[in-house]
Write a protein that binds this ligand. Structure first.
Ligand SMILES: [Zn+2]
Length: 201
């Protein structure tokens, strides 16, 4: 089908002007500058609307997660505390983690401290959930031995949680000692987003 309309006309004009060495006039530049500005504004509005939708979905997710935590956070805390208290006194396994999936099942793990960089308890709990084909996790907590209580996740665990379980809520202590549940994306504002799932041995 033959194309018609102002765009084809402009393209034909541009081609002939290129052939004759024509240079854009100020009016021509202003016209296309305005067209470009309009396109940028449109893209900005689309991006802003997309951001609003994502915020709304996150808010809804946080609300659902918050309601779930009200009923289940003590269950997670109890599971992690029970495990960490059962550990013999040593410097290798010092933290326990418990994570909950969308069905309410709890998956647990302990850290493996080693100078080569052993996994944190949260990562082991994530692996346990994966082994159980648990699907997405909705909440996770880590508890330290020797009465250290709930521990905030390290940066590596935050990145892993964000990439693998982007809707998870993390139970962590506030500076005043109170506990809170924060959406993982709020713990890593302006975070790096892995383009592909990370594969490793
Ligand atoms: Zn960690």
């Amino acid at each position: 089908m033959r194309k018609s309309g102002p765009q084809q006309g402009l393209q034909a004009q541009a081609n002939s002007r290129l052939a004759t060495g024509w240079s854009p006039s100020p009016t021509f530049g202003l016209f296309f500058g305005l067209r470009h500005l309009s396109a940028v504004r449109t893209r900005f509005r689309i991006r802003a609307a997309s951001l609003d939708n994502r915020r709304a979905r996150r808010s809804e997710s946080q609300c659902q997660t918050g309601q779930m935590l009200e009923n289940n956070e003590r269950r997670l805390m109890t599971a992690a505390e029970s495990i960490v208290r059962s550990l013999p006194d040593n410097d290798t396994h010092t933290v326990a983690s418990a994570a909950m999936d969308t069905k309410g099942n709890v998956h647990t793990g302990v850290n493996v401290f080693h100078f080569t960089g052993g996994p944190c308890a949260e990562l082991v709990a994530i692996a346990a959930a994966a082994q159980a084909i648990a699907g997405p996790l909705v909440a996770i907590v880590a508890v330290g031995d020797r009465d250290r209580g709930v521990l905030a996740p390290c940066g590596r665990c935050r990145q892993v949680l964000l990439d693998l379980h982007p809707d998870v809520a993390v139970i962590l202590p506030l500076p005043d000692g109170e506990l809170t549940a924060e959406h993982i994306s709020d713990l890593l504002p302006r975070s790096y987003s892995a383009p592909e799932p990370a594969f490793g041995s």
